[in-house]
Design a protein around this ligand. Structure first.
Ligand code: MN
Ligand code: MN
Length: 464
């Protein structure tokens, strides 16, 4: 009977079981690289900056440096410092289809408003507008750092990064003491901290001697002027983002997990980027998408909804000499894609939101999500059974652990990724990412086992 069960039941055991020490070391080493990278790349601009360094070190070159492309060439295109497409040109013609892996490098955060700076009761603050789906109360009373750019009308770009080094000051958003929070505590959790209350505390010393109002604000502007050469109006043309000042850390006595900000979706971006760096000769052209703006709907010219990706693929076709009228449509129709975005990990503390039979568990390998969406799969690009079978075959051949999952119980909620955007072009797409606990919180949790499995699956897919 046990034998029959073993033959017929699907296998869902934990990846750590009976693991050799050497393999565990390999996983831990890989994840150390991941955590180091995360500490240098908390925003989309920083992620792309690091990705360029990594790609340059691995023989990739900007597409503008190529007059023509041939099999084996390693090429990238960076879109406005916030998104990036990389490719290794395959032996097969591109009209036979590309192998695409797509993730996003933006994460939920707080952005500064265009007129952020004000003074109230002896304190100076920056006003913020949150970016992406957050639980606002999670962003108070934690250390925050400021990352981004200020661009002056002359075009001069000033990079800002304050709060990461141990000698830097940090910033925070204050919360009400429990002693006086009776009214607040009676509110619904989503209204406990209002969006307009997410004001960042940035200073409290008034400027000396002057007979003017708003002396604390003046003092802050004076500091910013001395440090960056900017005036208040320069904040109009700035993109300043507040992110947690935490470092990525190993989690647990057994050191099996990673806790870090922005793992959605830098975890899939990093693992796919590393997999691409490891490619040698590929049959089909391998394409890695690192997109922006996914957390606010993939709109805009750095988001996946823009035509920038089509432009990149057209340029590949032009430079391989393959292009002809309407070929781009054919290329997409014959392409395959793993939409590599994180999945909701099953959390036993909040077990009631998940269907245990269809939930993604940490440590059980990559989660394949056939469809996302909500309220009856609405908005989902449901992957074809034929394509799911193709992916299963690829995973089985490479002995890669995976699970087929859904994001939560039916009608409890839902979510989406960039999968449907490529599917709408005709690409065969399935979501394929890493399960995360506390997704979208300032500190997210993942399993090191899954991180390494993701790296393996992305490599295997491109080598297929
Ligand atoms: Mn995501
Ligand atoms: Mn997300």
């Amino acid at each position: 009977m046990e034998e029959l069960k073993d033959k017929l039941f699907s296998k869902k055991n934990v990846g750590w079981e009976n693991m050799e020490t050497r393999q565990k070391e390999e996983i831990f080493n890989f994840c150390k690289g991941y955590m180091d990278y995360l500490n240098k790349a908390k925003t989309e601009r920083e992620f792309i900056k690091q990705a360029k360094i990594v790609a340059d070190e691995n023989g990739f070159k900007d597409i503008s440096e190529f007059n023509e492309l041939k099999p084996g060439d390693r090429v990238y295109f960076i879109n406005r410092e916030k998104s990036m497409y990389l490719a290794v040109i395959g032996k097969n013609k591109m009209e036979n289809g590309l192998h695409i892996i797509g993730s996003h490098v933006d994460s939920p955060r707080l952005d500064l408003k265009p007129n952020p700076l004000y003074e109230d009761s002896g304190f100076a603050y920056f006003k913020t507008h949150y970016y992406g789906g957050i639980k606002k109360y999670q962003w108070t009373a934690i250390p925050l750092s400021i990352h981004g750019v200020i661009v002056k009308p002359s075009g001069e770009k000033i990079e800002v990064n304050v709060g990461e080094s141990d000698t830097d000051p940090i910033f925070t958003i204050t919360d009400l003491l429990p002693h006086l929070a009776q009214e607040q505590m009676e509110k619904k959790l989503k209204n406990g901290v209002e969006g307009e209350a997410l004001n960042l505390l940035i200073g409290s010393i008034p400027m000396d001697g002057e007979k003017v109002s708003e002396k604390v604000k003046l003092n802050i502007l004076n500091i910013l002027n001395q440090k960056y050469g900017v005036v208040e109006e320069d904040l109009y043309s700035a993109e300043l983002e507040l992110v947690p000042a935490f470092k990525a850390r190993t989690l647990g006595f057994d050191e099996s997990m990673v806790a870090a900000y922005g793992q959605d979706d830098k975890i899939c971006a990093y693992t796919s980027l590393m997999a691409m760096m490891n490619l040698e000769n590929v049959e089909n052209t391998a394409v890695c998408i690192l997109s922006d703006k996914e957390e606010i709907g993939s709109m805009g010219n750095t988001g996946m909804e823009s035509h920038m990706f089509d432009y990149f693929v057209s340029e590949l076709l032009n430079k391989t000499g393959e292009n002809r009228v309407n070929l781009l449509d054919k290329v997409f129709c014959y392409s395959k894609m793993l939409s590599s975005d994180v999945d909701a990990g099953f959390d036993p503390i909040y077990a009631n939101v998940s269907d245990k039979n269809n939930a993604g568990f940490l440590g059980k390998g990559i989660a394949l999500v056939k469809y996302t969406g909500s309220r009856g799969k609405a908005g989902a690009s449901d992957a074809n059974a034929e394509f799911v079978a193709w992916v299963r075959n690829m995973l089985d051949k490479n002995e890669i652990k995976y699970q087929l999952t859904e994001l939560g119980k039916v009608d409890i909620g839902g979510g989406g990724t960039i999968a449907y955007i490529l599917a709408n072009k005709g690409v065969d797409v399935i979501d394929c990412g890493i399960p995360v606990l506390s997704m979208h919180a300032p500190y997210e949790v993942t399993s090191k086992f899954d991180i390494y499995e993701a790296f393996r699956i992305y490599k295997a897919f491109w080598n297929e």
